[in-house]
Design a protein around this ligand. Structure first.
Ligand code: FMN
Length: 352
């Protein structure tokens, strides 16, 4: 049904409008009393074999929604009701910002890919924290929510650490885990923060801010990296994460490469931005394997990038991932997709 809706309606809408409409619908359905509960029962991961204990948390299933879909934490209950085992909100920045001018999201349906240069459009870390706080206060079911933080575009690079620290302080008490995003290609200079010389002081400061703001509960801290890092830089980030006692790494964000896209005109028309979806699959898997070899079980690895099927999910788990995230396949495959992937995982898991 979603495929028919996609073919008839959604693909005719500009991608961002389709996203907004679909997200509105998910939230509207979840707001009907009892609907989120019913959906969760129907679509949520129920096989005990899918449960994951990691980061001090009990995940009902390994597949989460990657950052960027719900930047401001407006729909976590509805999204979790579709079967995601956790939802990562953000990227939020210390100051609210509008992001880049539209259009800034482009479909490549033949390659099951997207290019985006959203540029961290978000209402700011304080607004997100307030929203998540009221969700907690409301009682009832609350899914596991990670918070992904990035740099405010207007802040100069030499003040980046203070900017991340401000966000970390704001979200510390409402985040089940925090991710330092240094890998989005759409904020000038952001990815330079992945070099160990810049990453060390940044991660140290964010760790200290979280400990100070949340003295009773140690908030797990992860870093999210780009697939475009050279192999030795991937190793260096893994070494640094171990040295600093980070909890894990998310591999990977979108790529600036256009390998795997065939329509050169469409590529040129889209312009700059990060590529996600199927073309990212092999590099994301390779980066994950590299991190696993380096960290040897001492870090929680969250795999993202081109996960489309239960087989993809199994490949990532076999390559060392503890948890999985996706965004682009959810756009193309629709609301029943998270259930399908996890049901496929459960089936083959029990047959293995
Ligand atoms: C439209 C769009 C917006 C995104 N925004 C963010 C973001 O704000 N922060 C972030 O860390 N990753 C962001 N991502 C990257 C995803 O979280 C994910 O790492 C990437 O898309 C690879 O996974 P996929 O191939 O399943 O989409 C975004 C991706 C897309 C497609």
């Amino acid at each position: 049904m979603y495929r028919a809706l996609y073919a008839v309606l959604l693909r005719r809408l500009p991608p961002e409008a389709a996203h907004r409409g679909a997200f509105w619908l998910i939230r509207a359905v979840a707001a009907v009393p009892g609907a989120a509960w019913g959906l969760r029962r129907a679509l949520g991961p129920r096989d005990p074999g899918l449960r994951v204990r990691a980061l001090g948390l009990d995940f009902p299933g390994p597949l989460g929604l990657a950052a960027g879909f719900d930047k401001d934490g407006e729909g976590v209950t509805g999204l979790a009701a579709l079967g995601f085992g956790f939802v990562e909100v953000g990227t939020v920045t210390a100051r609210p910002q509008p992001g880049n001018p539209r259009p800034r999201m482009f479909r490549f349906p033949a390659e099951r890919a997207l290019v985006n240069r959203m540029g961290f459009n978000n209402h700011g870390a304080a607004a997100l924290a307030a929203r998540l706080r009221s969700l907690r206060a409301g009682g009832g079911y609350r899914p596991i929510v990670g918070v992904n933080i990035g740099k405010t575009k207007a802040v100069p690079e030499d003040e980046a650490v203070a900017d991340y620290v401000a966000s970390a302080r704001l979200v510390a008490d409402v985040a089940d885990y925090v991710v330092v995003n240094v890998s989005s290609p759409n904020t000038p200079g952001l990815r330079d923060l992945q070099s160990v010389g810049k990453l060390r002081p940044l991660l140290c400061a964010v760790r200290a801010a979280l400990d100070q703001a949340s003295p009773r509960r140690r908030v797990p801290l992860l870093v999210k990296i780009a697939p475009d890092l050279a192999d030795e830089d991937v190793d260096a980030v893994a070494d640094l994460a171990l040295e600093l006692g980070l909890d894990g790494i998310i591999a990977t964000n979108t790529t600036i490469s256009r390998d795997g896209l065939h329509d050169e005109q469409a590529v040129a028309a889209a312009g700059p931005g990060g590529l996600s979806g199927a073309p990212l699959k092999s590099r994301a898997l390779a980066v994950l394997g590299r991190l696993h070899a380096r960290a040897d079980g001492r870090l929680i690895l969250i795999a993202a990038g081109g996960i489309e099927t239960a087989d993809d999910a199994r490949d990532r788990l076999a390559a060392g991932a503890t948890l999985l995230q996706a965004y682009t396949a959810f756009i193309y495959e629709g609301p029943l997709w998270p259930r399908r992937v996890q049901a496929g995982l459960a089936k083959r898991g029990s047959a293995a």
